[in-house]
Design a protein around this ligand. Sequence first.
Ligand code: ZN
Length: 293
Amino acid sequence: METRLDRYQGARETKLNQLRELIDKSENIVFLGGAGVSTASGIPDFRSGEGIFNQESGLKYRAVDVVSHSFFVEHPEEFYDFYRRKLCYPDAKPNKAHKALARLERQGKLKAIITQNIDNLHQLGGSHNTIELHGSVYRNYCVQCNKKYKLDDILATDGIPHCTRCGGIIRPDVTLYEENLDHSKVDAAIKALKKCDLLIIGGTSLSVYPAATFVQFIKHGNIVIINKSSTYLDLQAKLTIHDAIGEVLDEVVPKRRTKAQIEAAKQLRIKEEKARIRAEQRLAKKKAADSTK
Ligand SMILES: [Zn+2]
């Protein structure tokens, strides 16, 4: 007898197969991800029940207020206390999601990762084309002379880290609340989105600007959402999978593509291209016939 669990697993397998097929047919995939990509690496997200914004900050201020520009300027010591405890995870390792995305890049399919995360785990997982919308805790600089510092430099000090060259305050290259995003990164993200033939959105509830607005640049409807909770785009997306991003990607991204798979994908594309040209020719013929009437 078929149980509810069987039906669930059947539905899941059908969706994973759809995703495999979409990936197989695509040549220019972009991944847009958020905190949910890194939770399996032990880094809490911000907004869920166990998220950083709902945890005790350990200070007399709310966590959501601490990560703002004005708080950093007015209370740098408290900012760094919170920052070192809650935002830096130097021992975190890439998980299945990061590794699967790096594989997809090596296979020539994934052209860009647009991430809201500041944890550097995509790079550590082997990805090269990563656009960090909100910066990275791995990069820090002196606000006076711009001298660069590593994460280890910040973690090796107590209190407010100061520049060894000029004595200025060092700050993380991370966009805080009340600050503008780095325009060059937003532009790079939009450029990648406009070129992609498949957008996979994962590990984000799509509630944070600008990621929430990025889908407007996708004109072909090939959008896949993989997230544990629902998003405002679930019904518009071609495929929505409510599951852990790492498990899904690990299952659908081949460990290695076989020659047969590459050839099959190529043949499929040729077939689709021919069908498209035939449809265009039919349309042109019809137009010509109509105009002579
Ligand atoms: Zn300096």
